[in-house]
Write a protein that binds this ligand. Structure first.
Ligand code: S3P
Length: 429
C-alpha cells in the first residue's frame, strides 16, 4: 500500500521508540539456551524479532507473551533444543537466519531454515563456509541461498576465524556455534561491529594490536536474560536526521540504546554540527542507554569511510538524506555491504535521490552527494523496495518537500518500527 507523506512545517514532541531489534533477537535466543526462565521486558513488537520467537517455539522452547511487551522464555539449556517438525521461517530477518544457523549447527539438531523473497536473495555463503569448517553439513539453494538444510555429524570443531567481513551477524553466528564446542572457537575482529552477543553472553575478549579475539566454548555459562531491552538507536536515527534538517524541530527520544558499537551515526551527526544533547546516561543490563534530544540544525558536509561503516551500517540511508541539506559535498565510501541488505540499499538510495532531484553520484561502494542548505526535494512516488529503512528514509526526505509524496509499500516499516507512521503524525501535529 502507498503511504502519503505531507510536507511538515514543524516536528515537535517526545517519541517512545520501538525496542532494539538486534538485542530483542539475541535476548530470546540466549534465553532459550539458558538453563531456566528469563523475563525480557520491552521486547520489540516488530516483525523480525517475532520471526525469532516463532522459530524458537518450533525448536521446542516455551515462550509466553503475557502482554506489555514482556516475553517469558523457558530456557532448556544448550542441549535442550528439539528437532523441529516444520521449517523455521525467518521471514525477512537476516539476523534470525544467520544467528539461528549458528545455534542449529552447534546444537546438532536438523532443521530447514526458510525466508521471504528478500531474505532468500541474500547470500548465506559467509556463514555456510565457517559453519561447514566447524562440522556442519549445509545444503543451500544454488550453494549460497536459503532455504538452508542444516545437520551435523560428530562434535563441533573449534575454529580460528579472522572475520573476512565486518559483520555482527557473521561474528555472532560463528560464536554461537562455538558455544557448543569442547575447545574454544576464536573470532578475530579488526573493524568493530555491534557487540551485543559478546556483552549479553559475557564472552571472553582479548584486545591486542588493534584487534579483538573473542572466544566461545561449552565452558561459557549462558546467563539468564532478564532485563529491559533498550529503545532502538537505529529507529532514533530517523528522527535525529528529521529533527536536524527541519526548520522548526525539537524531538526527545527517551531510553535509547547507546552502545558505542551502534552509535556511529550520533558521532557523524555531531561532526555535521547537529544540535544533539544526550542526558540521563545509565545502564540497562549489559547495555548503556540515555535520552537524546535533537533540535533544528545547520548541517555541514561529512565523509563516511570504511572504518566507521559497521558502526552506522543501518543508519547510512538516513545519513545520506541528512547530507542533502548541507552546504557542500559529502561522501560515503567502503559501504559495498549495503548492497547485501534487505534490498540493494545503495541502488535504492540512488533511485530515491534521483526522484527527489538531488545532485549525486553512485559508486560501487558508496555515494557522493552535493547538498544545498535550502534544498527542497521534488515530491514523488518513492519506491521502498519493501525495505523498512528505505521506506523510513524516503518518508523523512518527503516531509521536506513542498507538496505531498507517496511511499510505495510503506507498511514494510513494521519490520523494525511498527509505529513509524503514527509517530510521524504525532510529531507533525
Ligand atoms: C545486525 C547486524 C547488521 C545489521 C542488521 C542487524 C545484527 O548486519 O545490518 O540490521 O543484529 O547483528 P551485519 O552485521 O551483517 O552487517
Amino acid at each position: 500500500m502507498n503511504y502519503e507523506v505531507q510536507p511538515a512545517t514543524t516536528l515537535q514532541g517526545k517519541i517512545d521508540l520501538p525496542a532494539d531489534k538486534s538485542i530483542s533477537h539475541r535476548s530470546a535466543m540466549f534465553a532459550a539456551l539458558h538453563n531456566g526462565r528469563s523475563a525480557i521486558t520491552n521486547f520489540s513488537e516488530a516483525a523480525d524479532p517475532h520471526s525469532t520467537l516463532d522459530c524458537l517455539r518450533r525448536l521446542g522452547i516455551t515462550i509466553e507473551e503475557p502482554g506489555d511487551n514482556t516475553v517469558i522464555v523457558e530456557g532448556k539449556g544448550r542441549d535442550g533444543l528439539q528437532t523441529p517438525s516444520k521449517d523455521l521461517d525467518c521471514g525477512n530477518s537476516g539476523t534470525t537466519m544467520r544467528l539461528l544457523s549458528g545455534i542449529i549447527a552447534g546444537s546438532g539438531v536438523s532443521a530447514r531454515l526458510t525466508g521471504d523473497e528478500s531474505l532468500s536473495a541474500r547470500t548465506m555463503k559467509r556463514i555456510i563456509d565457517p559453519l561447514t569448517e566447524m562440522g556442519a553439513i549445509i545444503e543451500a539453494r544454488e550453494a549460497d541461498y536459503a532455504p538452508l538444510n542444516i545437520n551435523r555429524e560428530g562434535p563441533v570443531k573449534p575454529l580460528y576465524f579472522p572475520l573476512p567481513i565486518a559483520s555482527a551477524q557473521l561474528k555472532s553466528c560463528v560464536l554461537l556455534a562455538g558455544l557448543f564446542g569442547e575447545d574454544p572457537t576464536e573470532v578475530i575482529e579488526t573493524l568493530p561491529s555491534r557487540d551485543h552477543t559478546e556483552r549479553l553472553l559475557g564472552l571472553s575478549i582479548e584486545e591486542m594490536d588493534n584487534k579483538k579475539v573473542i572466544s566461545a566454548s561449552r565452558e561459557d555459562v549462558i546467563p539468564e536474560q532478564s532485563y529491559r531491552v533498550p529503545n532502538d538507536f537505529s529507529a532514533a536515527a530517523f528522527w535525529l536526521v528529521a529533527g536536524a534538517i527541519h526548520q522548526d524541530a525539537e524531538i526527545t527520544l527517551p531510553a535509547v540504546g547507546l552502545n558505542p558499537t551502534r552509535t556511529g551515526a550520533l558521532e557523524i551527526l555531531k561532526q555535521m554540527d547537529a544540535d544533539i544533547t544526550v542526558a540521563n546516561q545509565q545502564r540497562e543490563g549489559a547495555e548503556p542507554i540515555g535520552d537524546i534530544t535533537i533540535r533544528s540544525s545547520s548541517l555541514k558536509p561529512v565523509e563516511i569511510t570504511e572504518e566507521v561503516v559497521p558502526n552506522c551500517i543501518d543508519e547510512i540511508p538516513i545519513l545520506a538524506i541528512a547530507m542533502l541539506f548541507t552546504d557542500g559535498v559529502s561522501r560515503i565510501s567502503g559501504a559495498e555491504e549495503l548492497r547485501h541488505k534487505e534490498t540493494d540499499r545503495l541502488h535504492a538510495l540512488a533511485e530515491m535521490l534521483e526522484a527527489a532531484g538531488a545532485d549525486f553520484e553512485e559508486f560501487n561502494d558508496g555515494l557522493e552527494i552535493k547538498g544545498h542548505t535550502g534544498f527542497t526535494p521534488k515530491p514523488a512516488v518513492f519506491d521502498s523496495y519493501h525495505d523498512h529503512r528505505i521506506a523510513m528514509s524516503a518518508a523523512v526526505l518527503a516531509s521536506m518537500a513542498d507538496d505531498p509524496s507517496e511511499i510505495r509499500d510503506g507498511e514494510c516499516t513494521a519490520i523494525s518500527y511498527p509505529g513509524f507512521w503514527d509517530d510521524l503524525q504525532v510529531l507533525t501535529n
